[in-house]
Design a protein around this ligand. Structure first.
Ligand SMILES: [Zn+2]
Length: 285
């Protein structure tokens, strides 16, 4: 069973090391080159596992990378060059609103941006990125909240990791919009500029991309895949939780998310694979 496991920020190094040791025991841990050869050159992979990490949070350099190095485990980190350069914004919108009172944020959106989206837990993921930032600015002004300190890797940290060669660097847009909520022009700018700016930063082509939030046909679709086909990217990743196989669309490769939980939970989640989410829903009613 071939799997791609996706992480985000990891603050518990012991947990992450236990997971990595387990994955190494259980799977043939592969790098991006082998995945590329699998899709483009017919290389057979059996019981393979690729590790990816989205967003480029500081813990990618401070917690995750040292453990990958210690165990000689390759991976792909998906980052935003705009965030790394501290160009206008230093944090992604979801990092900035973490800890905010979501009811107050919703009220601001309703009052100033005429939000008509029905209230449900994921309502903000139906908004475009400019409106999200307007809402954040109003919230900070009205509730006297300061912008947070930068939470993500700098250009130099990303360059250093890239130079050492164990971890490949891929693009993850400029500002992490849900691409399907944006205009075609904006989606193109977010995708293409994140790739070209990252290439300029690293000094070589970028072959991989991960869609923000990554649910196929909800967060991205045919339009985004077409845009990517005009770039240097050869492999693009979703968050559809299932095993990968040769017949996959190379512009929507599935990945399993892993963020917390005991080792028993991690083992169970990997064992259940694509059945984990439907079973969880069923159990929770
Ligand atoms: Zn992300």
């Amino acid at each position: 069973m071939n799997k791609i496991i996706n992480f985000h920020a990891v603050n518990n190094s012991e947990w992450f090391e236990n997971v990595i040791v387990y994955l190494k025991q259980k799977y043939d841990v592969v790098g991006i080159k082998q995945l590329y050869d699998h899709y483009y050159n017919g290389k057979t992979l059996r019981n393979a596992c690729l590790i990816t990490v989205d967003d480029g949070h500081l813990s990618s350099a401070e917690v995750i990378y040292p453990i990958l190095k210690k165990h000689n485990v390759p991976a792909v980190f998906f980052v935003s060059p705009k965030i790394a350069c501290r160009d206008g914004i230093t944090n992604f919108w979801f990092q900035e609103i973490s800890g905010y009172d979501m009811d107050r944020l919703w009220q601001i959106g309703r009052e100033f941006l005429n939000l008509k989206t029905p209230v449900h837990t994921e309502w903000i993921k139906e908004m475009n990125i400019d409106d999200i930032w307007k809402m954040i600015a109003y919230y900070q002004k009205f509730y006297h909240v300061s912008p947070k300190a930068p939470q993500n890797m700098t250009t130099e940290q990303i360059r250093q990791i890239d130079r050492e060669g164990l971890v490949a660097i891929g693009a993850h847009t400029l500002t992490h919009p849900i691409l399907a909520n944006e205009t075609g022009l904006r989606a193109e700018e977010e995708i293409c500029s994140s790739i070209t700016r990252l290439e300029a930063m690293l000094g070589h082509p970028v072959l991989t991309f991960a869609y923000p939030n990554g649910i196929p046909d909800v967060n991205f679709g045919v339009r985004e895949k077409c845009i990517l086909k005009g770039t240097s990217v050869k492999l693009a990743f979703s968050t559809q939780p299932r095993n990968f196989r040769t017949s996959d669309d190379v512009f929507a490769i599935p990945r399993y998310g892993l963020s917390t939980g005991s080792m028993n939970f991690v083992r169970l989640k990997l064992f259940l694979g694509k059945y984990y989410s439907p079973l969880r829903k069923l159990i929770r009613g």
